[in-house]
Design a protein around this ligand. Structure first.
Ligand code: NAD
Length: 296
């Protein structure tokens, strides 16, 4: 069992860290928001007063932060890399720009520290159930070192390529997810506006050619599925602003490769409009509110 430092205990990090504690690993945790560590310390993890304290003597360091600026700020700005033992393995799970992932991985390499980017897919439900998909960028040997730890938090582990490749694959996936959630919302709103029951329509789509992750597991319409953010006032889950960040990363990747992403750009504008209307912190499935009639 390893001594693991886990930094960033939000909607995803907390349930991921909890699965490592349950698997018998010794965890030291840190989050900027003190209340975020409570669930972990109740389960037996040690709370550190800072990220630097958390990584002292760690064999594995895992981070799950919102965006590139937080990851670069932590590892380079606060020079956490200077405090991590050179024998440690760093598993960076946040969804960030591929360039940021490469920059931090290179800085780690200079210090003799092995680092992989390992963004995840599967949402908060997958994080709690330990069924996440890990999409890894970095050296194959580093992934093999990480595998026993990743297996306690996820079910599928893919090697996308060298440093930053995990992020590229994750960004492509999330661009598609953003489009699918907006499209699913539009289809449900159209059906309801024409007199259909949202549950009946969702059941039909889930067994027809329009089915997708949203209709199977994460329906955006309130009350259609019991445990989704839509049925809990769009609390928790995957924030609109995080989806907006990922669609922005897709736009940057498209610009730098001269790729066309017309639907991705449209989706980015939809989530941007939704965020500007005050919904940035709600779950991204609340995008349905852009197209849903008040009385429905
Ligand atoms: P979140 O905002 O709920 O959690 C982020 C946590 O990081 C917060 O608790 C915050 O206080 C903490 N934090 C920020 N800077 C820190 C620092 N310097 N030191 C310590 N803690 C710090 O976000 P989330 O939903 O858990 O998502 C985390 C990452 O995972 C994002 O990159 C997101 O895009 C990605 N992701 C999220 C989901 C999802 O369904 N929520 C799914 C897949 C991937």
């Amino acid at each position: 069992m390893s001594s693991i430092a886990f930094i960033g205990l939000g909607n995803m990090g907390a349930p991921m860290a909890l699965n490592l504690v349950k698997a018998g690993h010794s965890l030291t945790v840190f989050d900027l928001v003190p209340a975020a560590v409570k669930g972990l310390t109740d389960a037996g993890a040690k709370a550190a007063a800072s990220a630097a304290e958390a990584v002292k003597g760690a064999e594995v360091v895992i981070s799950m932060l919102p965006a590139s600026k937080h990851v670069e700020g932590l590892y380079l700005g606060e020079d956490l890399l200077g405090k991590i033992p050179s024998s440690a393995l760093v598993i960076e799970c946040s969804t960030i720009a591929p360039d940021s992932a490469r920059k931090v991985a290179q800085a780690a390499e200079v210090r003799g520290i092995t680092m992989i980017d390992a963004p995840v897919s599967g949402g908060t439900g997958g994080a709690a159930a330990g069924t996440l998909t890990f999409i890894v960028g970095g050296q194959a040997e580093a992934l093999e070192r990480a595998r026993p730890v990743l297996e306690k938090m996820g079910k599928n582990i893919f090697h996308a390529g060298p440093a930053g490749a995990g992020q590229v694959a994750k960004i492509c996936n999330n661009m598609l997810l953003g489009i699918l959630m907006a499209g699913t919302s539009e289809a449900l709103a159209l059906g309801v506006a024409n007199g259909l029951d949202p549950k009946v329509l969702s059941d039909i789509i889930a067994k027809s050619s329009g089915r997708n992750w949203a209709t199977e597991l994460y329906n955006p319409w309130p009350g259609v599925m019991e445990h989704t953010p839509a049925s809990k006032g769009y609390a928790g889950g995957f924030g609109v602003d995080l989806m907006l960040k990922d669609l922005g990363l897709a736009a940057e990747a498209a610009l730098s490769a001269r790729a066309s992403i017309p639907l991705g750009e449209l989706a980015r504008n939809l989530y941007s409009l939704h965020s500007a209307g005050g919904s940035g912190r709600l779950d991204f499935s609340s995008i349905v509110n852009l197209v849903k009639r008040e009385q429905d």
